[in-house]
Design a protein around this ligand. Structure first.
Ligand SMILES: NC(=O)c1ccc[n+]([C@@H]2O[C@H](COP(=O)([O-])OP(=O)(O)OC[C@H]3O[C@@H](n4cnc5c(N)ncnc54)[C@H](OP(=O)(O)O)[C@@H]3O)[C@@H](O)[C@H]2O)c1
Length: 154
């Protein structure tokens, strides 16, 4: 399994000022549950934005043209993926999501209700016709968050 894991605002925003401009513990708990024991691949900005790094109990991989001493780095997603065994989650940001769309089997998307606009917004890339989205359903019963999974059209 190679999946894209993302939460977006109604405008398709994933981040602003190198942070995620909302907080939902149910989303964070789900992120942890899905990624524990797996490989997570992220861009350098996302790495820098993490309050706790590395993400514990996961293989953390950062894509960067530089090299960081404190974490495993690769210069391209392809190079990183070649070294991976087992499940991979691509966890952002925008450039990683865009490239990972050619490699991923699914896009696991949480939709938060918070409207985010203005300068320095980072957006999820356009989802092409090769992807088919499931119906939106509450993330949990009674949740304000919705969830949908995109899979590749056959
Ligand atoms: N809502 C969500 O689910 C979610 C998830 C993750 C992140 N975020 C948010 O998204 C924002 C960060 O995203 P971002 O798009 O600004 O940055 P990013 O993708 O995390 O990092 C960008 C950097 O990663 C490296 N990189 C990315 N793609 C590359 C490639 N194909 N080849 C080589 N290097 C590559 C480059 O680093 P170098 O410059 O070092 O070469 C690039 O400058 C933050 O606000 C974060 O909080 C949101």
């Amino acid at each position: 399994m190679r999946g894209i894991l993302v939460a977006t605002s109604p405008e398709g925003v994933i981040g602003k000022n190198n942070t995620i401009p909302w907080y939902y513990s149910e989303d964070l708990k789900r992120f942890k549950r899905l990624t524990i024991g797996k490989t997570v691949i992220m861009g350098r900005n996302t790495w820098e934005s993490l309050p706790i790094k590395p993400l514990p109990e996961r293989r953390n991989i950062v894509i960067t043209r530089s090299s960081l001493e404190e974490v495993e780095c690769f210069r391209s997603i392809d190079e990183a993926v070649e070294t991976c065994e087992g499940d991979i989650w691509f966890i952002g940001g925008a450039g990683i999501y865009k490239e990972a769309m050619d490699l991923a089997d699914c896009i696991d998307m949480t939709l938060v209700p918070d409207s985010v606009t203005g300068e320095n917004c980072i957006y999820f890339p356009k989802i092409g016709n090769e992807w088919k989205g499931s119906e939106k359903k509450p993330l949990e019963s009674g949740s304000k968050l919705l969830h949908r999974i995109y899979t590749r059209r056959v």
